[in-house]
Design a protein around this ligand. Structure first.
Ligand code: ATP
Ligand code: ZN
Length: 297
């Protein structure tokens, strides 16, 4: 595969921060291996023609739009901020959500504030690191706030007296509570996703992207799936099959010298304790739940 004239892809991921570890992990699970360079900003793809560029997350959409990289892993919040900042709602294409980096962009006000509805934010000072996204979403609710951009420490703006409300990323709400702020309304829900720029990338690069996405789908599907093995009475098979989440056709094997059977199945949905308890109540025993590493449909 290491033909010098062969097309290569560049993938931009966050160098260090909330998304960096899981971005590396998901690419590793797709079978990509990298030779790390000394400065650690460029990792050369070893046995697959895909290289990595490690950058600040805010720079990723721009690198895609400028054609420096073909793919990038970034929060939807950043992708939308950059698109809207250019006055557009396109330019970047979300190829696949990745199931990590979940957060929400929320409007929050001081606990003592008289503001109880975002409709009351008309003409009010709102501090945020996401001015374009906040402006766009408030405007869609018919609100014209006075938005001021801050690159960090947005949550302290109200107590500093420089804003009456904030629009900030929240995951657990701990930071808001620590700053005596209450969440008024969620404006936008975000997770990390694989992005490319819209438009033709050429046949060879597109073929590599398609292959990578097919592997990525396998990784995502495997992550949600579990392999379940159990023993059950023969006459409980129908009931047991109904109780296995996301299973239509399990493998069924006789257990020598017993009126019980062994049932094996790949569950396509999350297997909760409640499922296992219901299976046990239906007569199942020796229930084992195993992770699925890779899957190719
Ligand atoms: P960089 O140095 O790369 O610019 P950063 O400080 O801007 O890093 P992080 O705090 O690492 O970025 O957040 C990266 C992304 O993680 C966010 O853009 C968002 O998509 C996601 N994220 C998930 N939960 C949160 C949260 N509670 N607060 C902020 N971002 C979050
Ligand atoms: Zn950033």
């Amino acid at each position: 595969m290491n033909n010098e004239n062969q097309a290569r892809l560049r993938v931009a991921i966050q160098k260090s921060g909330r998304l960096s570890e899981q971005s590396q992990e998901v690419l590793k699970n797709c079978g990509l291996r990298f030779a790390r360079s000394k400065d650690k900003l460029f990792w050369y793809g070893r046995d697959f023609p895909v290289d990595l560029l490690l950058v600040r997350d805010d720079d990723i959409p721009r690198l895609l739009l400028d054609g420096v990289c073909e793919l990038g892993i970034v929060g939807e919040n950043i992708a939308w901020e950059v698109m809207l900042d250019r006055g557009r709602e396109d330019g970047l294409e979300r190829l696949s959500p990745l199931g990590f980096g979940h957060c929400r962009l929320s409007i929050a006000v001081p606990e003592q504030s008289g503001i109880t509805d975002i409709k009351e934010l008309d003409g009010v000072r709102v501090a945020t690191s996401y001015p374009a996204l906040t402006h766009n979403l408030l405007q869609k609710s018919g609100v014209e706030a006075e938005i001021s951009e801050l690159s960090g420490a947005v949550e302290i703006a109200p107590s500093m007296g420089t804003a009456d409300a904030i629009s900030d990323l929240v995951s657990t709400g701990t930071t808001l509570r620590a700053n005596h702020l209450k969440e008024l309304q969620v404006l936008f829900r975000s997770e990390a996703a694989l992005y490319s720029r819209t438009g033709d990338l050429g046949r060879e690069k597109q073929a590599l992207i398609d292959l990578l996405i097919s592997r990525l789908n396998g990784v995502m599907q495997a992550r949600a799936s579990k392999y379940v093995m159990l023993h059950a009475p023969k006459d409980a098979l129908e009931k047991i099959t109904e109780l296995l989440p996301g299973v239509e056709y399990p493998s069924v094997m006789p257990l020598e010298g017993s009126d019980r059977i062994a049932v094996h199945a790949v569950c396509g949905e999350t297997v909760f304790w409640e499922h296992l308890e219901a299976l046990k109540a239906a007569g199942a025993s020796a229930i084992l739940v195993l992770p699925v590493e890779k899957m190719l449909a």
